[in-house]
Write a protein that binds this ligand. Structure first.
Ligand SMILES: [Fe+2]
Ligand SMILES: [Fe+2]
Length: 335
């Protein structure tokens, strides 16, 4: 996961600030690379606002991956079978890996992972609003895979063509893994929908609670999205929020039919003129309030993340001590 909040302001507005130090040749090279749909690499000169925009987006994305481990991680010990437990462990572990690739990509822009983690833990840096909702039943785990990871894939496939090389390359591998996440979610739900009426009701309840929140993951309408236009010009963002949301709805409705669940939107219907599904209005007030820290699980998520980081301190210290000893031994051997 999960790019939703990536153009949500976090107090900074890099596009409006940051005077650039580049020479006319450096600027021309940057502009020509973007115009030719080439890739900007870490050693290339880039406008400060471009660097800051990417840093904010990639670090928010990385934060979302590791906070995204929490709602499902809660279910590992309660998975209904050995098979489902093994799949869920692999999925949650993948999300941790996505965080690592993305912190690695963001570090090439000049900020350390420790600083990015500190910003997350202090509440200065954002992560996707979707992870501030609880996973109440086993069906929620399936719905997170099917809809949340499904929305993430829609959002992330265009990022494989992002103008910043390290981000684009990280996204190629991430998208392959997200596709497995989406399928495992759908498969878990299909098993439940072929089960008892109680299992079917559990799936429907989970879909009812997550559907609208998933639509909000694509971010505010393009008209209200403050960083979208500049990101499009820079080749960071390739497709607007509204179009991605529509693609997701159009792809998901037939899947819901296969599952036999009802998407909780009475206004959802095929529009033959547009060749798309029409849908009802999204509650942006709820989205904004969750993003601002007032969702049902914001405090709990951040507290769990900080505690995990603190509990892992000894591991990091032991690894560093080991690396120092190793280095000392190598130096001694060499002399
Ligand atoms: Fe992920
Ligand atoms: Fe995922």
């Amino acid at each position: 996961m999960y790019t939703q909040a990536m153009d949500v302001p976090d107090g900074s507005n890099p596009a409006a600030s940051a005077p650039d130090s580049g020479s006319p040749q450096q600027r021309a090279h940057f502009d020509a690379t973007i115009a030719a749909d080439g890739r900007i690499e870490p050693q290339d000169w880039m406008p400060e606002a471009y660097r800051q925009t990417l840093l904010r987006q990639i670090s928010q994305h990385a934060n979302s991956e590791i906070v995204g481990m929490l709602p499902e991680g809660n279910w590992i010990s309660r998975a209904p079978s050995l098979k489902r437990k093994a799949i869920l462990i692999a999925k949650v572990q993948d999300e941790g890996g996505h965080g690592l690739y993305l912190y690695g990509a963001a570090e090439t822009l000049g900020t350390s992972r420790a600083d990015m983690i500190a910003a997350l833990h202090s509440g200065r840096a954002k992560y996707s609003s979707i992870f501030n909702y609880p996973a109440l039943s086993w069906a929620d785990v399936g719905v997170i895979g099917w809809l949340v990871d499904g929305a993430a894939i829609m959002n992330q496939i265009p990022l494989c063509r992002c103008s910043y090389g390290p981000y684009a390359r990280a996204m190629i591998r991430i998208c392959k893994e997200e596709s497995f996440h989406q399928r495992q979610g759908f498969d878990a739900l299909l098993a439940m929908m072929r089960g008892t009426p109680a299992q079917q009701a559990m799936v429907q309840d989970a879909v009812n609670r997550w559907w609208w929140k998933c639509l909000a993951m694509f971010g505010p309408p393009d008209a209200d999205s403050e960083h979208s236009a500049q990101s499009m010009r820079w080749g960071i963002k390739r497709i607007g929020n509204d179009e991605l949301r529509q693609q997701f709805i159009d792809a998901t409705v037939p899947q819901a039919e296969v599952l036999g669940v009802t998407l909780p939107d009475p206004e959802l219907k095929w529009n033959a003129e547009r060749s798309h599904y029409d849908h009802g209005a999204i509650d942006w007030e709820e989205f904004r309030s969750t993003l601002a820290g007032y969702g049902p699980c914001n405090r709990e998520r951040l507290a769990t993340r900080v505690a995990a980081h603190e509990n892992g301190r000894w591991v990091r210290e032991a690894a560093l001590a080991h690396a120092r000893k190793q280095q000392q031994r190598n130096t001694e051997d060499a002399s």
